[in-house]
Design a protein around this ligand. Sequence first.
Ligand SMILES: Cc1cc2nc3c(=O)[nH]c(=O)nc-3n(C[C@H](O)[C@H](O)[C@H](O)COP(=O)(O)O)c2cc1C
Length: 487
Amino acid sequence: MAPYDSMRDFAAALEARDKLIRIKEMDQDKYELTALSYKLIDRMKAKAPAFLVEKIKVNGKWHESPVIANIYNGFDNIAQCFGVARLSDDQAAMYDAAVGKIMSYQDKEGHWATMEPKKVDQKDAPCKEVILEGEAADLALFPWIKNNPGDASQYISTGSVIMQDPELGRNVGTYRMQVKGPRKVGVYFTNQSHGYKFMMQAAERGEERVKVSVASGIDPISWMMSCTRLTQTGDDEIAFAGGFREKPVEVVKSETNDLSVPAHAEFVIEGEISMDAEKEGPYGEMLGYIGKEVYTFTIDIQAITHRKNPWVFNVWPGIGGAYMTLPWDVSHYTQMSKMMPNLVKLYTPIETASIVVISIDKQLPGQGIEAGMMILGTRAVGFGKKMVIVVDKDVDVTDMSRVMHAVGTRWQPVPASVLVNHSFHIPIDPSSREMFLSSKIVIDATRQLPSEGGPETYPLDNRAVVEEQAPEGFEQVEKNWESYFKK
Ligand SMILES: Cc1cc2nc3c(=O)[nH]c(=O)nc-3n(C[C@H](O)[C@H](O)[C@H](O)COP(=O)(O)O)c2cc1C
């Protein structure tokens, strides 16, 4: 039952719902896990189960440590993490249920719930079942995955990087880590990240090395907090996780530094981040392309602690979409709805993160374009989005077939579009000629009013007519849904 204290508890709950499959062995030297990730999503989309591979071949060696992946696929899985009681495969309903839960953790002033973590002793911390220090801390003992032949090497793809700053407090963020040697990894802090801000703050104090602990395979809500930026200030994600869990996260002191780490993690990697920049990448990135080589920080590892028979939690960015960053979308929605009372929903399509779809309760001419420009003009939200599609409130923003139907039937490219030649953008968009710059577009796919150049009367939408004039049919089918599939 939610809240889950560990990734394993959540995996067991997924298995009980038939959303986790176990596979005896796979050869990642032949990219078998990668192919499975693609094929599961190709064929099953949001219904694709998580998979746990018990034995994996990596770099010519069979490892007994399992690899688990695809555990946050589908809004039903996200709703499950937040304790939604009635789960189903109706993605629109599960999206609404999960969003409702997340929004319930924000007060009227926009503050998110927090709860300080609870410190536990080493003996009560599963992540300390095995402690490897110095030479014994060897990354080659574990099956870290090289996702793609185009990647520079194996990556630790689910590390929650924990740092503490005397002025800024604690930060927990997910940043990719390239395996560079038995005790050395790269860590890629983009310049908008709080990890980067913490490094710059330490540099200003003249520090050459920064203590760090990285937890991988943590409880689901801590993981989601680590992947999202709920505020621009770098507040403590572990405290947010406690607030959202309504139960503190159990933490334990690291072996070689004073940083507290989630006690139920599969792995904790401890070390020091050096200020010296080194080459990192390329890596198959979130937008679905092999990114450019970059210069970034490295961590010298001093200790690895882990559970017995630890599970490597891996993600393939760009395959299946990022359901686990839903709290980020919700925080964007709540920020924007303060300025835009007619905003109904805001959704980043799981198919591609550089687009955002919003629905509005349109009352006046011009409100579609106005809404799109507000999204593009708000850095925290518009950063990384190069297309805003604005639809009427009767369109389900989470269903891209409905959104495309609206674009195809309610949008007139002229005059219902705004083109922006250059604006600030994420650095990993392969179509950008200049890093951090992109052209952008607002597509106003709301029904155009006559004063906007639209028709005098808009024809009725087929489905809306049935929903409004014969709702019993839908209610009946929903009620009997499961019975249709009983054998
Ligand atoms: C699987 C995954 C990998 C990510 N990799 C990176 C990365 O390498 N660098 C980065 O700056 N952000 C990365 N992000 C995005 C950050 O996790 C996200 O911006 C988070 O809010 C960072 O924490 P911060 O807000 O405290 O900086 C990644 C997100 C996910 C889900």
